[in-house]
Design a protein around this ligand. Structure first.
Ligand SMILES: [Fe+2]
Ligand SMILES: [Fe+2]
Length: 378
């Protein structure tokens, strides 16, 4: 990690991330290595002076701070990508028209989603400061270029890259079938979107253009799926932290902001199903025909229509135990599948951070590790 970043922007905890691995282990890792769990230690025996082992004097526990610091970083990154989308959804006529092909409300909903993300990042950082904790600041990493299409703030620097995305669309079938990644189930992609752009980088003909309209429509289709991909990840991430938060106020924050991520996902998964089939001007299919709604052969009982684009409520799936009935829930929610490290891995693999520095990935990895290690303190 560069000296400049470590001195200017990172907390002492973050600075430790740059040191050899023995220094990166938090209190819980240390206790785990000793084979000690917090629950077996007598009151007062928990290491005190060098750590914030428990919330006292109004301070948050180490685990709660770690959860909130990772969420602040995630929200800053979400805000950055949504800001790029909203500039083009509102300011690029061709992109806007292509989004409207999916649903007339798309541009306005993109704007609303962006507004929500600003409030999430601002609130979590303000809350951290109100508890005497340092806010998360990713500004030193704001170095990636903007789209050069009309509507984009062309000279702005970005944290995220929407131009070379590999979009994981497996949520489409995951939410329509009874499997659950927390039980080891995997799901196929409904559309293969590999190394594609979700925003235009130059002005393109409108989707109605008979020869080249498919270009901007393809980008809008990618964006339509990426919106849902991002928000389902956020929905699962927040759920993974619910059993870890100690302070009731932190629990409220995780529950209530997490709830809006679910609202976002639900909206976008409905719209994504409207993405039209596309052919290039040589007659090659470049975006497949999605399953027609309603599904021609629903069984009408449980996960009746796995491909139905109108089957947007979460189909009942395995939950807690296979000995219990199927249940309609957010999935996955485990730390392994939905936690901070899983989120960073998924976002990195998607290409969202293409062009980012090693320091950026180091910081994100450190924040994620600390957050996933958080445990509820009784
Ligand atoms: Fe958010
Ligand atoms: Fe979100």
């Amino acid at each position: 990690m560069s000296k400049k970043l470590a001195n200017d922007e990172l907390t002492s905890t973050d600075q430790q991330a740059a040191k050899p691995s023995s220094n990166t282990l938090g209190r819980r890792s240390f206790m785990k290595r000793l084979g000690l769990g917090a629950a077996v230690l007598p009151a007062g025996a928990i290491i005190t002076s060098a750590t914030r082992a428990r919330a006292d004097n109004g301070r948050l526990s180490e685990g709660d701070v770690s959860i909130l610091r990772f969420l602040a970083a995630a929200e800053i990154l979400e805000t950055d990508l949504w800001q790029q989308y909203t500039e083009l959804a509102l300011g690029n006529p061709s992109f806007q028209q292509a989004l409207i092909t999916l649903d007339g409300d798309m541009p306005t909903y993109v704007n609303q989603n962006t507004r929500d993300e600003f409030t999430h990042q601002n609130f979590i950082n303000a809350y951290l400061m109100s508890k005497g904790e340092k806010p998360v600041n990713l500004e030193p990493f704001r170095k990636l270029p903007s789209s050069q299409a009309t509507g984009a703030n062309k000279t702005a620097k970005r944290l995220t890259n929407l131009m070379n995305l590999t979009v994981d669309t497996s949520w489409f079938l995951r939410y329509r079938l009874s499997g659950n990644p927390d039980f080891g189930d995997t799901f196929a992609q409904i559309v293969n979107l590999d190394n594609v752009s979700a925003i235009p980088n130059a002005d393109l003909p409108p989707p109605t253009d008979v020869n080249f309209g498919f270009q901007i429509q393809f980008i809008a289709n990618v964006a339509g799926f990426h919106f849902a991909t991002i928000e389902q990840g956020g929905s699962s991430l927040y759920q993974s932290f619910l059993p870890k938060a100690s302070n009731l106020e932190v629990l409220k924050i995780v529950g209530a902001i997490g709830g809006t991520e679910i609202m976002h996902f639900q909206t976008w998964q409905d719209k994504a199903g409207n993405a039209p089939m596309l052919m290039d001007n040589h007659g090659n299919t470049i975006f497949p025909q999605l399953p027609i709604a309603p599904d021609p052969a629903p069984d009408g009982i449980d996960h009746s229509a796995p491909n139905d684009t109108n089957q947007i409520m979460p189909a009942p799936c395995k939950f807690i135990s296979t000995h219990l009935p199927l249940c309609s829930v957010i999935r996955p929610i485990s730390t392994a599948q939905a936690g901070a490290k899983a989120a960073v891995m998924g976002l990195t693999a998607s290409g969202l951070f293409n062009g980012q520095s090693k320091d950026f990935f180091n910081l994100l990895a450190h924040l994620a590790e600390e957050a996933d290690e958080a445990e509820r303190e009784r």
